[in-house]
Write a protein that binds this ligand. Structure first.
Ligand code: GRF
Length: 187
């Protein structure tokens, strides 16, 4: 199974995938890691000897042109799956259609609650006692696609956004690997 992983940040979810592949517990090939900006995730790819690419929105005249460039770049690796592992950009419907039901996203909240870029902050502000992580297929909405897996994480009394997000990420790293493993055995 050929996977392209897209990142925007520290890349700890990417790292959990790379570690699982290296350990032989995930039968997949991470053929490239892409990003919308230089970031730690891209460094992790080069440390692992994996091809990386950055498609900067600022290099294109508009959102559509950036989407087409990203789409072609991803397609050039002929992936079976594209994993958005902390990729913080919204892609357009055409890109989603090109890889229909083959883009996986991980979101740090229990969807359909708290979609969007601030899932952890919004859950905390709402006062929920349980939040978590969702791994889902990407459709043309924002965090609306079919849910593949979820894990719950309790909110503790003294949590702030950072402590809560860190505990969610611990679950997220495991859930992402398990979900992709399941797709590999039962696509
Ligand atoms: C993850 O919690 C992801 O769901 C969210 O941003 C975080 C990225 O973490 N959108 P990392 O870059 O994998 O460390």
């Amino acid at each position: 199974m050929r996977i392209v992983v897209m990142v925007s940040g520290s890349g700890t979810n990417l790292q959990s995938l790379l570690d699982a592949v290296r350990a032989g517990t995930l039968d997949a090939d991470v053929v490239a890691v892409g990003a919308d900006k230089p970031c730690r995730g891209i460094e992790r790819a080069s440390e692992a000897g994996i091809e990386d690419f950055v498609v900067l929105p600022g290099d294109y005249p508009d959102r559509a042109a950036w989407n087409r460039a990203l789409e072609e770049k991803i397609a050039s690796y002929d992936p079976d799956y594209v994993v958005f592992a902390g990729f913080m950009r919204i892609v357009d419907a055409r890109l989603v259609a090109r890889f229909e039901r083959r883009i996986i996203n991980t979101h740090p909240a229990l969807l359909p609650s708290f979609p969007g870029a601030h899932g952890v902050r919004d859950a905390l502000a709402h006062g929920v006692k349980i939040t978590g992580v969702t791994v889902h297929l990407v459709d043309s909405g924002v965090d609306t696609g079919p849910i593949l897996a979820q894990a719950a994480v309790p909110v503790l009394d003294n949590d702030d956004e950072q402590t809560l997000h860190e505990r969610i990420k611990q679950e997220e790293r495991t859930l992402l690997v398990t979900t992709i493993k399941n797709l590999a055995t039962c696509p």
